[in-house]
Structures are given as structure tokens and as C-alpha cells.
Design a protein around this ligand. Structure first.
Ligand code: F6R
Length: 252
């Protein structure tokens, strides 16, 4: 499938900034504008290195311009299996440190996958139900793995997969070991929203910076739409924006 042959191949809108701070500026503005328009926005959130600057700017907009999160609802994309919520590498902890403790959001409306649950399949289906009950995700923020993963949907994940437990690829474990003391400490599995879950968001914003993302970004934008590069499956959605820096755009 390519753009010429397939009318269902929607090229994402691409915004290129000179550097990572420019990406953070743009993404935070997109979120702030959506939130100002709809204070009850349901936002899907990503973790990892890429959105840290975006969250910093949102905190700043809250402090300096009163950006109001009090009615917003959030759903995080994923969580490592087996890390307690106060583990410094858990995504719940990350969100507390980087955003939630600085913005006056109602904790009841911040949703995380419970990766310590004894029945992970049940937790996953409750999460899907909670998203539906919230009216669906209005704006989903995504990063991209250097292997093209979105959330923790690794290559070969089907387009219609839902929230579930997955095994992390060796490449993801290697790449995320930078956040841990040693590679052996990186959990081997995670719970993640599925690609089908993500594609139901009304609007999707993917951010990527740095040369190590260039190949994945090029495959997502110009390659075949295929589970080999999960981010390419975003082209089946009609409202996706890639906000990337020059380095991440270098192979486009
Ligand atoms: C994190 C997530 C992952 C990351 C991706 C990129 O919640 O869902 O898909 O977005 O691994 O991570 P960074 O930004 O650390 O390069």
C-alpha cells in the first residue's frame, strides 16, 4: 500500500521544528489550545524522554497563563508490568513528577494501567471501558520507538489489537535501559493500550526528536502501511500530526 494506490492512506500532517525545544513548544501549544477550547478534554498521555519538554511547558502555561486542567481527564498509554506505582521508573511516578503534581488536576480523573494487578486481562478490559465511559480520547499524544513502536505495540502488533500485556522487544529493553541502573532491571513486559484503542482517539499528535528516530519516522510516513512499523498504521486515521525536529525528519 502506498499513498498513490490507496485512498485510505492518509498522509499525516507534518510540522518540522529546528530543534527539540521547538517541538515541545508546538506540542504544548496544540494541547493548550485544545484544552482552552474544551476544558473537559480527554487526553491520552505518553511518557519517555520525548514529551518531558512538552510537560514542562504545560506546567509553565498553567503557572503563567492559568491553563486549567481541573476538568480534564487523562489516560496514560502504558505501564511496565511489576513496577510499584512509587517506583521511580513507573509511568505513574513519571507523570506525577513531570506534570500532575504541578497542575492541579483531579487525581480521580488521571487513569493508569495497574501493572501490579493479579488479573491483567481484567485490568486491561476495565481500562478500555473507562475510556469508553469518559466519551473516548479527544487528543492522544504519542512518542515513537526507534523500531516504530507506538505505546508498547512492538512490530508485528495487529492494527486492531486492544489493551493487553505485551513482551517488550530486545531493542526497546536496550533503548529504555538508559532510565534504569542496569539493563537487567528493565521489566520484560508491559501493559499497553492497543493500536485499535489508539486509533479510536479523535486526534493524534506524535512527537519525535533526534537522529535515532529518523528511520522509524520515515518508515511511518513513507513506508508500507504494515505492522512491521506500527506507527505506519496511524495512516489509517484521518487526523494525525507528526511534530518532529530536523534530525528526526532527516530521512523524509
Ligand atoms: C511511552 C511510550 C513509548 C515511547 C517511545 C519513545 O509511554 O508509549 O512508545 O513513546 O518508546 O520513547 P522516548 O520518548 O523515550 O524516545
Amino acid at each position: 500500500m502506498n499513498s498513490d494506490a490507496n485512498p485510505n492512506d492518509h498522509r499525516p500532517k507534518i510540522m518540522i521544528s529546528d530543534s527539540p525545544p521547538g517541538v515541545s513548544d508546538r506540542v504544548s501549544r496544540l494541547i493548550a489550545d485544545a484544552l482552552s477550547e474544551n476544558p473537559s478534554l480527554v487526553i491520552g498521555l505518553a511518557t519517555g524522554g520525548s514529551p518531558v519538554g512538552t510537560y514542562r511547558r504545560l506546567v509553565n502555561l498553567h503557572r503563567t497563563q492559568g491553563l486549567d486542567f481541573s476538568q480534564a481527564t487523562t489516560f496514560n498509554l502504558d505501564e511496565y508490568v511489576g513496577l510499584a506505582e512509587d517506583h521511580p521508573q513507573s509511568f505513574r511516578w513519571y507523570m506525577q513528577q513531570n506534570l500532575f503534581e504541578h497542575i492541579e488536576i483531579d487525581p480521580v480523573r488521571t487513569n493508569f494501567l495497574d501493572s501490579m494487578a493479579s488479573d491483567i486481562a481484567e485490568t486491561a478490559s476495565q481500562y478500555e471501558q473507562a475510556i469508553t465511559d469518559a466519551g473516548g480520547i479527544d487528543l492522544q499524544l504519542l512518542g515513537i520507538g526507534s523500531n516504530g513502536h507506538i505505546a508498547f505495540n512492538e512490530p508485528s502488533s495487529p492494527v486492531d489489537c486492544r489493551t493487553r500485556e505485551v513482551r517488550l522487544s530486545d531493542q526497546t529493553i536496550q533503548s529504555n535501559s538508559r532510565f534504569f541502573d542496569s539493563i537487567d532491571d528493565v521489566p520484560k513486559s508491559a501493559i499497553t493500550m492497543g493500536i485499535g484503542t489508539i486509533l479510536e482517539a479523535r486526534k493524534i499528535v506524535l512527537l519525535a526528536t533526534g537522529e535515532n528516530k529518523a528511520k522509524a519516522v520515515a518508515a511511518a510516513v513513507n513506508g508500507t502501511i504494515s505492522s512491521d512499523c506500527p506507527a505506519s498504521l496511524l495512516r489509517t486515521h484521518g487526523d494525525v500530526i507528526f511534530v518532529i525536529d530536523r534530525a528526526a525528519a532527516s530521512l523524509l
